[in-house]
Design a protein around this ligand. Structure first.
Ligand SMILES: NC(=O)c1ccc[n+]([C@@H]2O[C@H](COP(=O)([O-])OP(=O)(O)OC[C@H]3O[C@@H](n4cnc5c(N)ncnc54)[C@H](OP(=O)(O)O)[C@@H]3O)[C@@H](O)[C@H]2O)c1
Length: 272
Protein backbone atom coordinates (compact mmCIF):
# COMPACT_ATOMS: atom_id res chain seq x y z
CA UNK A 1 0.00 0.00 0.00
CA UNK A 2 1.29 3.50 -0.86
CA UNK A 3 1.99 5.70 2.12
CA UNK A 4 0.51 9.17 2.37
CA UNK A 5 2.39 12.38 3.13
CA UNK A 6 0.64 15.58 4.18
CA UNK A 7 2.54 18.76 3.27
CA UNK A 8 1.44 22.15 4.59
CA UNK A 9 2.36 25.20 2.56
CA UNK A 10 2.48 23.03 -0.57
CA UNK A 11 1.34 25.85 -2.87
CA UNK A 12 4.85 27.26 -3.36
CA UNK A 13 8.53 27.21 -2.45
CA UNK A 14 9.84 24.47 -0.19
CA UNK A 15 6.40 22.88 0.32
CA UNK A 16 5.82 22.42 -3.41
CA UNK A 17 9.31 20.93 -3.71
CA UNK A 18 8.59 18.52 -0.81
CA UNK A 19 5.40 17.43 -2.59
CA UNK A 20 7.26 16.75 -5.86
CA UNK A 21 10.16 14.87 -4.20
CA UNK A 22 7.78 12.78 -2.07
CA UNK A 23 5.59 11.92 -5.07
CA UNK A 24 8.77 10.88 -6.90
CA UNK A 25 9.51 8.56 -3.96
CA UNK A 26 6.10 6.90 -4.35
CA UNK A 27 4.03 8.69 -1.71
CA UNK A 28 0.46 9.81 -2.19
CA UNK A 29 -0.04 13.39 -1.05
CA UNK A 30 -2.37 15.63 0.90
CA UNK A 31 -1.67 19.23 -0.06
CA UNK A 32 -2.61 22.00 2.39
CA UNK A 33 -2.43 25.79 1.93
CA UNK A 34 -4.85 28.64 1.18
CA UNK A 35 -4.26 28.85 -2.61
CA UNK A 36 -6.61 26.14 -3.88
CA UNK A 37 -5.88 26.84 -7.56
CA UNK A 38 -2.15 26.36 -7.09
CA UNK A 39 -2.67 23.17 -5.05
CA UNK A 40 -5.00 21.76 -7.72
CA UNK A 41 -2.48 22.49 -10.49
CA UNK A 42 0.24 20.78 -8.44
CA UNK A 43 -1.99 17.78 -7.69
CA UNK A 44 -2.67 17.32 -11.42
CA UNK A 45 1.06 17.53 -12.16
CA UNK A 46 1.91 14.93 -9.48
CA UNK A 47 -0.76 12.55 -10.79
CA UNK A 48 0.37 12.91 -14.42
CA UNK A 49 4.10 12.65 -13.76
CA UNK A 50 4.33 10.22 -10.84
CA UNK A 51 0.92 8.51 -10.71
CA UNK A 52 0.44 9.94 -7.21
CA UNK A 53 -3.00 10.44 -5.71
CA UNK A 54 -2.87 14.02 -4.46
CA UNK A 55 -5.72 15.35 -2.32
CA UNK A 56 -6.21 19.10 -2.15
CA UNK A 57 -7.20 20.46 1.26
CA UNK A 58 -7.47 24.26 1.18
CA UNK A 59 -7.12 25.67 4.71
CA UNK A 60 -6.07 28.93 6.30
CA UNK A 61 -3.76 27.69 9.05
CA UNK A 62 -4.04 30.98 10.94
CA UNK A 63 -7.60 30.05 11.91
CA UNK A 64 -7.82 28.91 15.56
CA UNK A 65 -9.32 25.48 14.78
CA UNK A 66 -7.30 24.88 11.59
CA UNK A 67 -5.69 21.61 12.70
CA UNK A 68 -9.02 20.11 13.79
CA UNK A 69 -10.62 21.12 10.48
CA UNK A 70 -7.83 19.42 8.54
CA UNK A 71 -8.10 16.30 10.73
CA UNK A 72 -11.89 16.18 10.27
CA UNK A 73 -11.56 16.36 6.48
CA UNK A 74 -8.89 13.64 6.49
CA UNK A 75 -11.21 11.41 8.53
CA UNK A 76 -14.15 12.16 6.21
CA UNK A 77 -12.06 11.00 3.24
CA UNK A 78 -10.76 7.95 5.14
CA UNK A 79 -7.16 9.13 4.87
CA UNK A 80 -4.40 8.32 7.34
CA UNK A 81 -1.12 10.20 7.20
CA UNK A 82 2.25 8.43 7.47
CA UNK A 83 4.47 11.48 6.99
CA UNK A 84 3.55 14.96 8.19
CA UNK A 85 5.57 17.85 6.75
CA UNK A 86 4.83 20.98 8.80
CA UNK A 87 6.25 23.46 6.32
CA UNK A 88 3.73 26.33 6.02
CA UNK A 89 5.04 29.58 7.42
CA UNK A 90 5.91 33.20 6.86
CA UNK A 91 7.90 35.91 8.58
CA UNK A 92 7.74 39.52 9.64
CA UNK A 93 10.69 41.87 10.03
CA UNK A 94 11.53 45.38 11.15
CA UNK A 95 11.41 47.20 14.45
CA UNK A 96 9.05 45.29 16.74
CA UNK A 97 6.88 48.34 17.57
CA UNK A 98 6.32 48.99 13.86
CA UNK A 99 5.15 45.47 13.00
CA UNK A 100 1.40 44.94 12.80
CA UNK A 101 0.32 42.98 15.91
CA UNK A 102 -2.36 41.04 14.00
CA UNK A 103 0.20 39.98 11.43
CA UNK A 104 2.48 38.66 14.21
CA UNK A 105 -0.50 36.88 15.77
CA UNK A 106 -1.23 35.13 12.47
CA UNK A 107 2.44 34.28 12.12
CA UNK A 108 2.40 32.49 15.47
CA UNK A 109 -0.85 30.72 14.57
CA UNK A 110 0.63 29.35 11.32
CA UNK A 111 4.28 28.81 12.31
CA UNK A 112 3.63 27.43 15.81
CA UNK A 113 0.00 26.72 16.79
CA UNK A 114 -1.05 24.92 13.60
CA UNK A 115 2.23 22.96 13.57
CA UNK A 116 1.64 21.69 17.11
CA UNK A 117 -2.07 21.10 16.42
CA UNK A 118 -1.43 19.00 13.32
CA UNK A 119 1.20 17.00 15.17
CA UNK A 120 -1.32 16.35 17.98
CA UNK A 121 -3.91 15.32 15.40
CA UNK A 122 -1.76 12.96 13.34
CA UNK A 123 0.88 11.48 15.64
CA UNK A 124 -1.48 9.16 17.58
CA UNK A 125 -2.44 7.39 14.33
CA UNK A 126 1.26 6.89 13.52
CA UNK A 127 1.82 5.43 16.99
CA UNK A 128 -1.11 3.05 16.53
CA UNK A 129 0.35 1.84 13.24
CA UNK A 130 3.82 1.67 14.85
CA UNK A 131 5.45 3.78 12.13
CA UNK A 132 5.49 7.33 10.85
CA UNK A 133 7.50 10.52 10.55
CA UNK A 134 7.21 14.26 11.13
CA UNK A 135 9.32 16.90 9.39
CA UNK A 136 9.07 20.39 10.89
CA UNK A 137 10.50 23.31 8.95
CA UNK A 138 12.33 25.76 11.22
CA UNK A 139 15.17 28.01 10.00
CA UNK A 140 18.74 28.96 10.80
CA UNK A 141 16.95 31.80 12.66
CA UNK A 142 16.20 29.13 15.28
CA UNK A 143 19.80 29.02 16.50
CA UNK A 144 20.09 32.56 17.89
CA UNK A 145 17.89 35.47 18.93
CA UNK A 146 17.03 37.46 15.79
CA UNK A 147 16.66 41.21 16.41
CA UNK A 148 14.24 42.81 13.88
CA UNK A 149 12.89 39.28 13.28
CA UNK A 150 12.14 38.77 16.97
CA UNK A 151 8.86 36.87 16.60
CA UNK A 152 9.96 34.87 13.56
CA UNK A 153 13.24 33.82 15.22
CA UNK A 154 11.54 32.91 18.50
CA UNK A 155 8.86 30.90 16.67
CA UNK A 156 11.51 28.98 14.76
CA UNK A 157 13.45 28.34 18.01
CA UNK A 158 10.21 26.86 19.36
CA UNK A 159 9.90 24.62 16.29
CA UNK A 160 13.49 23.38 16.71
CA UNK A 161 13.20 22.64 20.45
CA UNK A 162 9.75 21.09 19.99
CA UNK A 163 11.03 18.80 17.26
CA UNK A 164 14.16 17.74 19.16
CA UNK A 165 12.08 16.98 22.26
CA UNK A 166 9.52 14.92 20.33
CA UNK A 167 12.31 13.02 18.61
CA UNK A 168 13.59 11.80 21.99
CA UNK A 169 10.07 10.90 23.13
CA UNK A 170 9.25 8.82 20.07
CA UNK A 171 12.49 7.48 18.63
CA UNK A 172 12.00 4.10 20.30
CA UNK A 173 8.35 3.92 19.26
CA UNK A 174 8.80 3.85 15.49
CA UNK A 175 8.38 7.57 14.79
CA UNK A 176 11.10 9.73 13.24
CA UNK A 177 11.07 13.49 13.85
CA UNK A 178 13.32 15.75 11.79
CA UNK A 179 13.70 19.52 12.05
CA UNK A 180 14.83 21.25 8.86
CA UNK A 181 16.70 24.52 9.41
CA UNK A 182 17.33 26.17 6.03
CA UNK A 183 19.33 29.34 5.45
CA UNK A 184 18.04 31.72 2.74
CA UNK A 185 16.17 29.90 -0.05
CA UNK A 186 14.93 31.60 -3.21
CA UNK A 187 11.14 31.35 -2.74
CA UNK A 188 8.18 33.77 -2.48
CA UNK A 189 9.00 33.96 1.26
CA UNK A 190 10.84 37.21 0.57
CA UNK A 191 7.90 38.71 -1.37
CA UNK A 192 5.66 37.94 1.60
CA UNK A 193 8.04 39.37 4.21
CA UNK A 194 8.47 42.35 1.89
CA UNK A 195 12.20 42.57 1.20
CA UNK A 196 15.02 40.42 -0.12
CA UNK A 197 17.22 42.14 2.51
CA UNK A 198 15.55 39.66 4.89
CA UNK A 199 18.05 37.10 3.50
CA UNK A 200 20.53 38.18 6.16
CA UNK A 201 22.79 35.20 6.65
CA UNK A 202 24.48 33.11 4.01
CA UNK A 203 24.02 32.91 0.28
CA UNK A 204 20.67 32.14 -1.36
CA UNK A 205 20.05 28.59 -2.57
CA UNK A 206 17.09 26.95 -4.33
CA UNK A 207 14.44 24.65 -2.80
CA UNK A 208 15.68 21.49 -4.53
CA UNK A 209 18.98 20.88 -2.63
CA UNK A 210 17.36 21.88 0.65
CA UNK A 211 14.55 19.35 0.30
CA UNK A 212 16.94 16.66 -0.93
CA UNK A 213 19.12 17.25 2.16
CA UNK A 214 16.02 17.07 4.38
CA UNK A 215 14.86 13.74 2.94
CA UNK A 216 18.39 12.34 3.18
CA UNK A 217 18.51 13.41 6.85
CA UNK A 218 15.09 11.84 7.44
CA UNK A 219 16.28 8.57 5.91
CA UNK A 220 19.23 8.64 8.34
CA UNK A 221 16.96 9.58 11.28
CA UNK A 222 18.91 12.76 12.06
CA UNK A 223 17.47 15.15 14.67
CA UNK A 224 17.93 18.28 12.59
CA UNK A 225 19.67 19.43 9.46
CA UNK A 226 20.87 22.88 8.36
CA UNK A 227 21.75 22.33 4.67
CA UNK A 228 24.92 24.08 3.43
CA UNK A 229 28.33 24.17 5.08
CA UNK A 230 28.04 27.73 6.47
CA UNK A 231 24.59 27.06 7.89
CA UNK A 232 25.71 23.77 9.42
CA UNK A 233 28.75 25.46 11.03
CA UNK A 234 26.77 28.32 12.56
CA UNK A 235 24.10 25.86 13.74
CA UNK A 236 26.84 23.94 15.52
CA UNK A 237 28.76 26.91 16.96
CA UNK A 238 26.18 29.58 17.83
CA UNK A 239 24.30 27.77 20.61
CA UNK A 240 27.63 27.31 22.42
CA UNK A 241 28.29 31.07 22.87
CA UNK A 242 26.86 33.30 25.66
CA UNK A 243 23.31 34.13 24.55
CA UNK A 244 23.44 37.94 25.07
CA UNK A 245 26.67 38.07 23.05
CA UNK A 246 25.08 36.04 20.27
CA UNK A 247 22.06 38.38 20.26
CA UNK A 248 24.38 41.42 20.00
CA UNK A 249 26.37 39.85 17.15
CA UNK A 250 23.15 38.84 15.39
CA UNK A 251 21.86 42.42 15.57
CA UNK A 252 24.91 43.62 13.59
CA UNK A 253 23.87 41.30 10.77
CA UNK A 254 20.08 41.61 10.88
CA UNK A 255 20.06 45.45 11.12
CA UNK A 256 20.47 45.56 7.34
CA UNK A 257 16.75 44.83 7.10
CA UNK A 258 16.17 48.38 8.46
CA UNK A 259 17.86 50.00 5.44
CA UNK A 260 15.68 52.60 3.62
CA UNK A 261 15.63 50.43 0.47
CA UNK A 262 14.37 47.45 2.46
CA UNK A 263 11.61 49.53 4.08
CA UNK A 264 10.58 50.98 0.71
CA UNK A 265 10.34 47.49 -0.79
CA UNK A 266 7.96 46.27 1.92
CA UNK A 267 4.33 45.80 0.79
CA UNK A 268 2.06 48.60 2.00
CA UNK A 269 0.09 46.53 4.47
CA UNK A 270 3.24 45.37 6.24
CA UNK A 271 5.21 48.60 5.98
CA UNK A 272 5.64 50.78 9.03
N1 LIG B 1 12.75 30.87 2.01
C1 LIG B 1 13.63 30.93 3.01
O1 LIG B 1 14.68 31.59 2.93
C2 LIG B 1 13.39 30.14 4.28
C3 LIG B 1 14.47 29.96 5.17
C4 LIG B 1 14.27 29.25 6.33
C5 LIG B 1 13.04 28.72 6.62
N2 LIG B 1 12.00 28.92 5.75
C6 LIG B 1 10.69 28.35 6.11
O2 LIG B 1 10.30 27.46 5.08
C7 LIG B 1 8.88 27.34 5.11
C8 LIG B 1 8.35 27.48 3.69
O3 LIG B 1 8.63 28.79 3.23
P1 LIG B 1 9.01 29.10 1.71
O4 LIG B 1 10.37 29.68 1.70
O5 LIG B 1 8.74 27.94 0.85
O6 LIG B 1 8.01 30.32 1.45
P2 LIG B 1 6.74 30.43 0.49
O7 LIG B 1 7.11 30.04 -0.90
O8 LIG B 1 6.19 31.80 0.74
O9 LIG B 1 5.75 29.32 1.05
C9 LIG B 1 5.01 29.49 2.21
C10 LIG B 1 3.87 28.50 2.19
O10 LIG B 1 3.13 28.63 3.40
C11 LIG B 1 1.78 28.76 3.10
N3 LIG B 1 1.07 29.60 4.05
C12 LIG B 1 1.39 30.85 4.45
N4 LIG B 1 0.43 31.33 5.27
C13 LIG B 1 -0.51 30.36 5.36
C14 LIG B 1 -1.76 30.26 6.03
N5 LIG B 1 -2.24 31.28 6.77
N6 LIG B 1 -2.47 29.13 5.92
C15 LIG B 1 -2.01 28.11 5.17
N7 LIG B 1 -0.84 28.14 4.50
C16 LIG B 1 -0.11 29.26 4.60
C17 LIG B 1 1.74 29.41 1.71
O11 LIG B 1 0.52 29.05 1.04
P3 LIG B 1 -0.71 30.01 0.73
O12 LIG B 1 -0.19 31.40 0.59
O13 LIG B 1 -1.29 29.43 -0.52
O14 LIG B 1 -1.61 29.83 1.91
C18 LIG B 1 2.92 28.75 1.04
O15 LIG B 1 2.54 27.53 0.45
C19 LIG B 1 8.36 28.41 6.07
O16 LIG B 1 8.05 27.79 7.30
C20 LIG B 1 9.55 29.33 6.23
O17 LIG B 1 9.55 29.99 7.49
C21 LIG B 1 12.14 29.60 4.58
Amino acid sequence: MRSTALVTGASSGLGAEFAVRLAARGHDLVLVARSEDRLTALAERLAAKYGARAHVLPQDLAEPDAARRVADRLAARGLSVDLLVNNAGFGTCGRFEEIDADRDHDQLMVNVVALVGLTHALLPGMLERGTGAVVNVASTAAFQPAPYFAVYGAAKAFVLDFGLALRQEYRRRGIRVLTLCPGPVDTPFFDVIGTRDAAVNGSMTTPEPVVRAALRALDRDRGYVAPGLGNALSAHLLPRRPRTLVAALAERVTRKVLSPSATAARPKEYAA
